[in-house]
Design a protein around this ligand. Structure first.
Ligand SMILES: C[C@H](O)[C@H](O)[C@H]1CNC2=NC(N)=NC(=O)C2=N1
Length: 95
């Protein structure tokens, strides 16, 4: 079972990569903008396969070439190491 982060400084590298803390809840978010819809949806497909592999799933929405992502761990009611793992993977897939 995932646990809320003890060491919040673990978030610092993500905050330096465009992730932000969500107002009013323990979650992180990022907006990705791709070249076009196919690039955005292709990335979502790859990220979805990794989310399933990690057993950890994003809150996200897509409009044309933009994907808004929010990560939090529902099981523990806050950000956990699984959110960090998924965020790192999403960034790597977007490179
Ligand atoms: C049983 C199952 O593994 C859990 O419910 C997982 C699935 N995906 C999840 N995704 C997210 N974001 N938070 C969770 O707490 C969570 N729990």
């Amino acid at each position: 079972m995932a646990e809320k982060l003890n060491d919040r400084s673990a978030l610092d590298p993500l905050l330096a990569q465009g992730w932000e803390l969500v107002d009013g809840r323990d979650a992180i978010c990022k907006t990705y903008v791709f070249a076009n819809f196919i690039a955005a949806f292709g990335w979502m497909t790859r990220a979805a396969i990794w989310a399933e592999k990690l057993g950890h799933h994003p809150e996200w929405s897509n409009v044309y070439k933009t994907v808004d992502v929010t990560l939090t761990t529902h099981d523990c009611g806050g950000v956990s190491d699984l959110d960090i793992k998924l965020a790192q993977k999403m960034d790597a897939l977007a490179e």
